[in-house]
Design a protein around this ligand. Structure first.
Ligand code: MN
Length: 503
């Protein structure tokens, strides 16, 4: 059982000046709001928001996010309104709680090929990256307590987490969150493989434990001798799911996985990273072409570190990961590291991070001008809407798109043959502006010859425009060719007309 005292202790550790009274107030508020409610497992409901807040505190986040984490389920599950949260805790906290509530209503359904759209929709609804972080913490605790749910629901939640949540966490550089979400989901999606890999890992780790300790001690001694200050050095075991994906590529042979356990060396600054690499390479021969310098060339999600694999003591192979403390925090927490209490509003993530570049490009802002993460928020999908097919697939369209755009984005023939639409079970004309969340069904007439040029007045997508013009163009020229041209025009004139672009 989690306790408020433990939460306060964690926060005090990284943020001695935190407003602990406010946190306690939020806890009391949530506890009384959820009074009498129980989780499916039978424990008092408050246990859930409390665990969410602890996860956020473990990420060293600032107070408003933790307060919002404590309050996140109140509007949805209790009689207390969002307005009351606003009155008591301010507009910023209330807007985060509102975002989490909205995200909770997003239904996961549909086919694999629309998953990317679902991810976009998730991000678009959240609007604020802090909302996504809270939602991750919320999902993580739900995954940890999934056993209390019926099997079907368990499977659905796990699949959704693996396909929607984990990839978003990855893109935001939140390595630890991604790893945990994947591992808990994996366990419920494929218990057999999960148990196999877990056992394999435990055995393999047990076998090497002592050996690793020796290697660690030698490394420590040599780095010290070269005057490199070690902030920490520890073994890290690979996450279960990522190991599973990797081992499948190596015919399930664990001996071919060199980074099952890696030694992570955290040093003071950039120069020490390269100095440490030198020391390790002088000590042990590196495995050829296994040196990866993600410091000079970070991964697309911003990950920075130097990886090298060496033949260490007794010729056994081990991977080293060398990085500074800042790189370490970014690798673990990703974008969340930028809401660390001490960096509030002041630090912008490395401009190498792919999603920062994407955001900037999309808003036509030069990277240099980005000085405040708050301003960036997530406008990427601001002018997109997400609508559903009757089967639940999500279609991503520009704002004010029409049923015709929707039809063409599914299939050309559906567009060519459409005659009307049903939006949320109501008949609607083809020029209706769609809104996010609409369920759209296209009515067709198989005898319809093709699209109407009138549609060009209201369609918003290039795809629809292109199909309408192409279809209209070809049917008109066909008609011209067969009906008029041969009789009424001399050949030269006819060719001229044929070449002329009609639209
Ligand atoms: Mn929740």
């Amino acid at each position: 059982m989690e306790t408020i005292e433990n939460l306060l202790k964690i926060i005090k550790n990284y943020n001695p000046e935190a407003d602990l009274d406010l946190i306690r107030l939020a806890y009391d508020f949530a506890e009384s709001a959820h009074k009498g409610q129980k989780r499916l497992s039978g424990v008092p409901y408050i246990e859930h928001p409390l665990n969410v807040a602890v996860t956020l505190a473990e990420m060293k986040l600032d107070t408003p996010i933790i307060v919002a984490g404590l309050l996140h389920d109140i509007p949805e599950d209790t009689s207390i309104s969002l307005n009351e949260i606003k009155k008591n805790f301010g507009a910023d906290v209330a807007s985060m709680v509102e975002g989490v509530t909205k995200l909770g209503k997003l239904k996961y359904r549909g086919m694999e090929r629309y998953i990317e759209n679902l991810r976009k929709m998730f991000v678009s609804i959240a609007k604020d990256i802090r909302v996504i972080i809270i939602k991750f913490a919320d999902r993580l605790h739900n995954l940890k307590t999934l056993d209390a749910l019926p099997e079907k629901k368990r499977y659905r939640v796990a699949l959704e987490s693996l396909e929607i949540y984990a990839p978003i966490a990855n893109r935001l550089g939140m390595g630890e969150m991604k790893g945990q979400i994947e591992d808990y989901s994996f366990k419920h999606l494929n218990a057999k493989e999960y148990n196999w890999i877990t056992q394999l890992m435990t055995e393999s780790f047990q076998q090497r434990k002592q050996w690793l300790d020796t290697v660690k001690k030698i490394t420590q001694k040599e780095l010290k001798a070269s005057n490199i200050e070690i902030i920490s050095i520890h073994g890290r075991v690979k996450h279960t799911y990522s190991l599973f994906c990797k081992i499948l590529r190596y015919n399930r042979d664990i001996n071919k996985i060199y980074d099952l356990v890696a030694l992570r060396v955290i040093v003071k600054d950039l120069a020490d990273c390269y100095a440490a690499l030198g020391v390790i390479h002088k000590l042990w021969r590196p495995v050829p072409s296994r040196i990866k310098d993600y410091i000079s060339q970070p991964k697309p999600n911003g990950y920075q570190s130097i990886h090298t694999t060496v033949f260490a003591t007794d010729g056994q192979i081990v991977e080293f990961q060398i990085r500074t403390e800042k790189m370490h925090e970014e690798a673990e927490f990703g974008v969340a590291a930028h809401w660390h209490y001490d960096e509030k509003g002041s630090v912008i993530p490395s401009k190498n991070i792919a999603w920062i570049k994407e955001l900037a490009a999309f808003q036509k802002v030069s990277l240099e001008k980005i000085t405040d993460l708050e301003n960036l928020k997530i406008d990427v999908f601001q002018n997109r809407i997400f609508v559903f097919t009757p089967r639940g697939d999500v279609i991503d369209l520009p704002e004010r798109a029409s049923p015709v755009d929707f039809a063409y984005s599914i299939h050309t023939e559906l567009g060519n043959k459409c005659v009307g639409a049903r939006i949320n079970d109501q008949l609607a004309s083809l020029d209706t502006s769609l809104k996010s969340g609409d369920v759209v069904e296209i009515l067709t007439d198989k005898n319809r010859k093709g699209p109407s040029l009138e549609w060009l007045k209201f369609v918003k997508t290039n795809a629809a425009r292109g199909h309408i013009k192409a279809k209209a163009h070809s049917s008109l020229t066909d008609w011209l060719k067969t009906k008029i041209l041969p009789e009424k025009f001399p050949k030269k004139e006819a060719d001229k007309i044929r070449k002329k672009k009609l639209f």
